[in-house]
Design a protein around this ligand. Structure first.
Ligand code: MEV
Length: 324
């Protein structure tokens, strides 16, 4: 029997979540862990098996998963029904783009089944339809990261542009507690902005300037500057009421343990925190692997001592371009 396989990357937003929904650019990096899916043709109605759950594609079901699967299939209807099995290494609702990674993995598996280009527009369209069921008004940054990986600037009306990193980024990513629904957090920011248009204007302007500076810092390898910008972004996110006491505590623990900056990542209301690891050698542009690993370990140890778990992710610098 024919089979298609697909994968999608998880992501971490370094700066600009929430503002990106309103057209401000954001910076994200793909993670080297994510979701996988396998699709086979089937004589039965289309089904999706995910983490012990089995749903039928159904556009009018109460179950979001069944509706999302139906929306993804409906973008380009297939000649035959499919049985899809999917799994994710990312915590759901954790801010690491689990649902987008799943949407891209499933869409790629379907395209693989029919031997169509797995990076084409159809995958993006299917993943966006899937995401819209869970998120209501997604900016598209999660699906873009799941599709392309790497480090990039994303703008809702322009799409993604790759960033050339001058130094590796060593990130500690920790879980502050159960994640909140992205849809609920995006809607709560929308209500806040409707009540306080002046805060909307000033926040979006401030995030825009942080993101522009972060772009320069990443391309220059200025990790200290990048860390400060992440801290400032966290203050603005707290002003949008999407931070929580455990998130603030994890950020403080990370900074006290030598992180250059720390913030929530994703929609907030719980979920993931990202901390940028520092070099042990003052003035060094880049960490040696051993320096970075011990800097990361100090942060993880401080989190664990306070009951929070975490992992280390490395975003590799761009290869220097060949001169013509
Ligand atoms: C979620 O990972 C990022 C948000 O900005 C929502 C979105 O961009 O779709 C909160």
């Amino acid at each position: 029997m024919r089979e298609g396989r697909g994968a999608g990357a998880g992501k971490v937003i370094l700066l600009g979540e929430h503002a990106v929904v309103y057209g401000v650019p954001a910076i994200a990096a793909g993670l080297d862990r994510g979701a996988q899916a396998t699709a086979r043709e089937s004589d039965e109605p289309s089904t999706l098996r995910l983490g012990g759950r089995l749903v039928r594609a159904d556009a009018s079901a109460d179950d979001e998963l069944a509706r999302a699967f139906a929306a993804l299939l409906a973008v380009h209807p297939l000649a035959s029904a499919v049985a899809v099995e999917a799994s994710s290494e990312l915590p759901p609702g954790g801010g690491l783009g689990s649902s987008a990674a799943l949407g891209v993995a499933i869409a790629r598996a379907l395209e693989g089944l029919h031997e169509v280009d797995a990076d084409g527009e159809r995958v993006a369209a299917r993943a966006t339809a899937w995401e819209s069921v869970f998120h209501g008004n997604p900016s598209g940054i999660d699906a873009t990261a799941a599709l392309r990986g790497g480090c990039f600037v994303y703008r809702r009306d322009e799409g993604a542009r790759s960033l050339r990193l001058a130094a590796d980024l060593w990130l500690c990513i920790g879980k502050s507690g159960p994640g909140a629904s992205t849809r609920a957090m995006v809607e709560s920011v929308a209500r806040l902005f409707a009540r306080r248009p002046e805060q909307q204007r000033s926040t979006l302007e401030a995030v825009l300037s942080l993101v522009k500076n972060a772009e320069l810092a990443l391309e220059a390898g200025d990790l200290t500057g990048l860390g400060r910008l992440m801290d400032l972004n966290q203050m603005l996110l707290a002003g949008l009421m999407v931070s929580t006491e455990p998130i603030e505590r994890m950020c403080a623990l990370a900074r006290e343990s030598g992180a250059l900056g720390a913030k929530l990542t994703g929609a907030g209301g719980g979920g993931a925190v990202v901390a940028l690891c520092a070099s042990q050698r003052a003035g060094a542009l880049e960490l040696t692997d051993a320096d970075a690993a011990s800097a990361a370990e100090r942060i993880l140890a401080a989190w664990r001592a306070s009951g929070f778990d975490g992992l280390v992710a490395r975003v590799r610098r761009s290869e220097p371009q060949e001169s013509p």
